[in-house]
Write a protein that binds this ligand. Structure first.
Ligand code: ZN
Length: 412
């Protein structure tokens, strides 16, 4: 079964625009991309009319198991206090329903893929939510534990989930040693060695707050106090001194490394194989100084985009992030935003997607109006189609012209 999706404009990647284009999908893969007049025969034609068709958007960092905390945890100036409230709120009921709703809203706005950090206790429910919604997910099982003596036991429990056999085809896994202030170095080293050995991506929150930098430098500050309050401190802990020194502990050679936030990272600290994941609305929520995204891009660092959790933002859909970014940072070009939202997100999550090319996974999104790469920054962008693995998960039919009910508009 071959389906041709036809649109006034097709954007296969951040550098290419095809007028009156088509994308032919066969099964879960893209079979052909080009001008409509050259398209091969297909069994079915979906005419999107005056729309722009592109790769599905990739939210490279979410915490869907915190979606039920939306709007309920204000930030009052101290990150450690905010994180402590989130930890306590995590156990509230309604988690899976909120996550399902968050994913469906994101699918209806063109997000096809999530790099989701999952607490061990929520893992099976979140897998089920992905199975039901059909969104693509790289689920990073979270490893947390600051006491070195618990490292092996924690890692074994994490790895059992990472290697779980009966996962749906739209779900893959990775590992997330949470952050420098919440994992022992023994747990970090074990996670890095095993994840890389098995080719599993690894995500770590890094250089997110000034509190974390104080912790890395001197082992002091609100985050150390939080560990003590939680009865989770390790009195023998010796800080690395800096985010760069911490990064020297993480060498990934086979699988991607995602450095989440990087609000205070310098480009020269980022290893060549790593991705930085910038979360624009969460960055604004915590009132950080300007993100170094331009410096990172100029030095050739690959940057992906994420939403972080609904506890530090409104939604988990990536279009809201790109619209926020375009509004707040006019110095970031539309093509850079496009690449971060698609190709680099997919590569960070190690999925064969993020560009429209024969052989890639058929993850697509279409928006009106028919614009160029700047569409992801337009406040009036409206998603009319979302496809994951070749399956249509969201579709808005264009309004039929007066007097006609069945005939869709043809390509201009
Ligand atoms: Zn996060």
């Amino acid at each position: 079964m071959r389906t041709a999706y036809v649109a006034a404009r097709v954007l296969p990647d951040a550098d290419t625009l095809i007028r009156d284009g088509a994308v032919v999908v066969e099964g879960d893969r893209i079979a052909w991309v080009g001008a409509f007049r050259d398209a091969p025969a297909a069994d079915e034609r979906v005419d999107l009319g005056n729309a722009v068709l592109m790769p599905g958007l990739v939210n490279a960092h979410s915490h869907l198991d915190l979606t039920h905390l939306k709007g309920s945890v204000p930030f009052e100036g101290e990150f450690a206090k905010w994180a402590e409230r989130v930890m306590h709120g995590r156990k509230k009921p309604g988690m899976a329903d909120a996550a399902r709703k968050g994913i469906r809203e994101a699918l209806a706005r063109g997000t096809t893929t999530f790099g989701d950090i999952v607490d061990r206790r929520s893992f099976e429910e979140i897998v089920e939510v992905f199975r039901e919604t059909g969104a693509r997910g790289r689920l990073f099982v979270e490893a947390i534990g600051f006491r070195p003596e618990a490292a092996n036991e924690i890692f074994e429990a994490v790895w059992d989930l990472v290697e779980m056999q009966a996962l749906p085809g739209n779900v893959a896994t990775g590992v997330s040693p949470h952050a420098p202030y919440s994992v022992s170095r023994a747990l970090l080293e074990r996670a890095v060695a095993v994840a890389d050995g098995h080719g599993r991506p690894l995500a770590v929150h890094l250089a997110e707050t000034l509190e974390e930098l104080a912790f890395l430098r001197h082992g002091i500050g609100p985050l150390r106090e939080l560990l003590k309050r939680a009865g989770a401190d390790d009195p023998s802990f010796k800080p690395e001194g800096s985010a760069a020194a911490f990064l020297a502990l993480i060498e990934m050679t086979r699988a991607p490394l995602l450095l989440v936030h990087g609000n205070y990272l310098r480009p020269r600290d980022v290893p060549a194989a790593a991705f930085v994941v910038y979360c624009p609305t969460a960055h604004a929520f915590f009132r950080h100084p300007e993100h170094p995204v331009i410096e990172l891009l100029e030095e050739g660092v690959r940057v992906a985009l994420g939403s972080d959790s609904a506890a530090s933002g409104e939604t988990v859909d990536l279009l809201s992030e790109t619209q926020h970014l375009a509004r707040e940072r006019p110095d970031v070009s539309p093509k850079a935003i496009f690449r971060m939202a698609t190709e680099w997100g997919a590569r960070a999550l190690s999925f064969d997607a993020g560009v429209l090319k024969a052989g890639c996974l058929a993850d697509l999104a279409a928006f009106t109006p028919a614009a160029g790469h700047e569409i992801l920054g337009r406040p009036d962008a409206r998603c009319v189609l979302t496809v994951v693995d070749g399956r249509v998960l969201h579709r808005v039919d264009p309004a039929p012209p007066l007097g006609e009910t069945a005939k869709l508009p043809t390509v201009a």
